[in-house]
Structures are given as structure tokens and as C-alpha cells.
Design a protein around this ligand. Structure first.
Ligand SMILES: Nc1nc2c(c(=O)[nH]1)N[C@H]1C(S)=C(S)[C@@H](COP(=O)(O)O)O[C@H]1N2
Ligand SMILES: [Mo]
Length: 263
């Protein structure tokens, strides 16, 4: 088994290494991948489907990502991507320290619901010290506390036809002539129900800072940083991605990155 895991990692490293050879700034996309009809892009997407299937075959649904100790936390979590959202909705909530924040959970669920920050904080929580790996090549170890997403899913009752969880965020990741694009990400229900998948409201024993996604960001510990949506506004259960963004289920996947970013 460990041999298989190593070769899977080696395979991914190879993919990341070739990606790293291209100029990258921040989490920005490769220019040629912006072209939605690009042949190389289609090729990479087909590889991604293969990667996803092989991951799901090799990885048991509940296999835990490594956890660390307090002594392993050497610096603050490096803020990346959006770090200070300026959309009107977000600014209004931030003004009152998120006292009026309500996380919406809807879509293919039996009982759509809203959760205030204090309700989320009063639910049983999980704390984990984990390593965050960004596709750009940096890593940080931090302590995260939050509500297991599986608890929320059980409360709202996931309909049998639901397959993915979409995270809709407050921050504008892109602004252009056609308007602004708010960050969005998604994971499948295996990752959504994974024991380490939490909606984090605290980092390193303090309330989650704005730079790292206040009031709520998700931790998806077996995948790369861009899957861990910050500033979550709404969680939607869907059966497919056709109504989400440009159809790939994630802002970065719509830019040509892998939707399944397993590490
Ligand atoms: N809403 C939102 N979530 C996001 C991003 C973003 O720009 N907006 N950036 C992603 C990327 S690329 C990374 S590496 C991590 C960074 O999390 P951090 O700022 O806590 O380090 O958040 C991810 N989630
Ligand atoms: Mo990232």
C-alpha cells in the first residue's frame, strides 16, 4: 500500500513540478489556460479525471491527513489569495465583527437552514494541527478549530441525488468588464464527510483572522490550499456543476487547474 501511495505522490509531484516551471505569481492562472477552448487545457482536464479516479481507488474515504504538534507551528499561516474582501456584503458584516453573519445551507437538502456564528461555535468542534500546501509551493502548519461539515450536513439532511458541496464566498477574486466573480469551490461528499473536513472559525487559538477567511473557512486536509474556501457565505448541495461558474465546479478549475487537488 505504501508503495502505491508513494507512486501516487510522485505522479502528482511530477505534475506540479512541470506546472511550477511556468511563471506563476500568487495563485494566478497560466495565461494560455484562460482560453476556454484550448486543446492543452482539455488534455489537462482529462488527466484530472483520471487523477480523481485513481485517488478515489487508492485512498480510503476516512484516511486522515497527518496531524502535527504545537511545537511544529513555526510561523503564522501565510495569508494568500483574497486577504481583505471589499464587497459591500462582507464589509457590512465585518463592521459588526460578524455578529449578523448567517451561513446559508441549501440546494439538494431536506431542510435548508441558516447558522449564525454563535450557533456554529456552540456545536461540537474538532481541533487539528495540519499542514496547508499551496499550489505555488509554500506550506504552513497551523491549528484549526471548527465544526465538522458532516454535522451540518446531517442537520439539513442531504438528498440522495446530491453529489457535491459548493462553497460560495464573499470575496471578488476577479473583476472585469463582465462584472465581478466571487470565489467558489467544491468538494465531493466523500471529502465533505471526511472527519478532518471542518468549517473553521479559529486559527492558532484565536478567532479566524480576516486575512485567513473570517468568519468561516473550510479545511479539506487531503487537498491543496485553493480547495479550502475562505469567507464562506453559502453552502449549496448539487448533483452536477452546470449551474456553477463556468461548469467545472471551482474558480480555479474553471481557470484550468485540477478540480481534484489531492496531495
Ligand atoms: N474565498 C477564497 N478562498 C480561498 C482563496 C481566495 O482567494 N478566496 N485562496 C485559496 C488559496 S490559493 C489558498 S493557498 C488558501 C490560502 O489560505 P490562507 O490565506 O489562510 O493561507 O485559501 C484558498 N481559499
Ligand atoms: Mo493556494
Amino acid at each position: 500500500m505504501s508503495k502505491l501511495v508513494i507512486s501516487r505522490r510522485a505522479l502528482l509531484r511530477g505534475g506540479l513540478a512541470s506546472a511550477a516551471a511556468l511563471p506563476l505569481s500568487g495563485c494566478s492562472a497560466f495565461d494560455f489556460l484562460q482560453d476556454r477552448d484550448n486543446a492543452i487545457r482539455e488534455f489537462m482536464i482529462s488527466i484530472n479525471r483520471l487523477t480523481y479516479r485513481s485517488h478515489r481507488l487508492l485512498l480510503s474515504p476516512d484516511q486522515l491527513a497527518p496531524e502535527f504538534t504545537q511545537a511544529d507551528i513555526r510561523q503564522d499561516q501565510h495569508p494568500n489569495g483574497s486577504i481583505d474582501p471589499d464587497t459591500a456584503d462582507y464589509l457590512a458584516l465585518k463592521e459588526s465583527s460578524f455578529a449578523d453573519y448567517q451561513l446559508e445551507v441549501d440546494g439538494l437538502v431536506e431542510r435548508p437552514a441558516r447558522f449564525s456564528l454563535s450557533t456554529l461555535q456552540a456545536m461540537p468542534s474538532r481541533t487539528q494541527i495540519t499542514r496547508h500546501d499551496c499550489v505555488e509551493g509554500w506550506s504552513c502548519i497551523a491549528k484549526w478549530q471548527g465544526v465538522p461539515l458532516s454535522q451540518l450536513l446531517d442537520q439539513v439532511g442531504v438528498k440522495p441525488e446530491a453529489r457535491f458541496v459548493i462553497f460560495h464566498c464573499f470575496d471578488a477574486i476577479e473583476r472585469g468588464l463582465s462584472g465581478e466573480i466571487l470565489y467558489y469551490e467544491s468538494i465531493d461528499l466523500i471529502d465533505a464527510r471526511h472527519p478532518q473536513t471542518i468549517l473553521a472559525y479559529a486559527m492558532n487559538d484565536k478567532p479566524l483572522p480576516v486575512a485567513n477567511g473570517a468568519p468561516i473557512r473550510v479545511r479539506v486536509e487531503r487537498q491543496l490550499g485553493y480547495k479550502m474556501a475562505k469567507y464562506i457565505r453559502r453552502i449549496e448541495l448539487v448533483s452536477e456543476f452546470s449551474q456553477v461558474g463556468f461548469g467545472k465546479g471551482s474558480y480555479w478549475a474553471d481557470q484550468g487547474y485540477e478540480w481534484f487537488a489531492g496531495i
